[in-house]
Ligand binder design. Structure first.
Ligand code: CA
Length: 229
């Protein structure tokens, strides 16, 4: 599945240049010219990463990064700040607001891609072979085993993938479209209600140990895995 990257940049030429580069490299690219547009896009579907320009009209990139970090829904999105500023102090300020990395303009597209890929590797644990555990629910992607409080659970392949996706992206609301993209992949035509069917099956399997409550329905939006109410 291609990672979706949202580029927030008011200079159209730079925005388009970056998007072309990203698409060439196999990413999905979404564009926003300011923080308001970015927020609308993010609420429609959480991207895998945000490239955020420091100097934006209205809400600055720094303030917007801070806002993304404060919101439970967007807290986990990796952010790379783009800036013309080279001062060390500014760099620190950018990282303090919650940006994960920092690229100074002018940058080569090769450098930007390298930074993006490195950050995605760090922040997309579902592609790694690391076991995950939430509230006594344990999933091992290598052995394909799931245990609830130590007891083995039998999951179908789609339920396993779905659970893996949720456990590696907790505390975020995922739209059905985003879940389809990530779990089923973008190539096949599957109806959105297919997601509901598999969520129901997954919850049923998790019922015995009470872990079904980890998968919350967010009315009008989608689903979220959370150990909190
Ligand atoms: Ca700008």
């Amino acid at each position: 599945m291609p990672a979706t990257i949202l580029i927030v940049e008011d200079e159209q030429a730079i925005r388009e240049m970056i998007c072309v580069t990203l698409r060439h490299a196999g990413f999905e690219c979404q564009e926003a010219a300011d923080a308001n547009q970015a927020q609308i896009r993010i609420l429609a579907a959480i991207p895998d990463m945000v490239l955020l320009d420091w100097m934006l009209p209205g809400t600055s990139g720094v303030d917007y990064a801070r806002r993304l970090r404060q919101d439970k829904l967007t807290r986990h999105i990796p952010i790379i700040m783009l800036t013309a500023r080279t001062q060390e102090e500014d760099k620190l300020k950018g990282l303090e607001t919650g940006a994960d990395d920092y690229v100074t303009k002018p940058f080569s597209t090769r450098e930007l891609l390298a930074r993006i890929k490195a950050l995605l590797r760090r922040s997309a644990p579902q592609t790694a072979d690391t076991a995950v555990e939430i509230g006594g629910l344990h999933l091992d992607p290598v052995t394909h085993r799931v245990r609830a409080n130590g007891a083995k659970l039998a999951l179908g392949p789609m339920e396993f993938r779905l659970l893996h996706f949720f456990m590696t992206h907790p505390e975020r609301v995922h739209t059905r479209e985003r879940i389809l993209d990530s779990v089923w992949g973008g190539n096949v035509y599957v109806e959105e209600r297919t997601v509901d069917v598999h969520i129901r099956r997954l919850r049923k399997t998790l019922e015995a140990s009470g872990h079904d409550s980890l998968i919350q329905t967010v009315r009008g939006t989608g689903y979220r895995m959370s150990a909190q109410d």
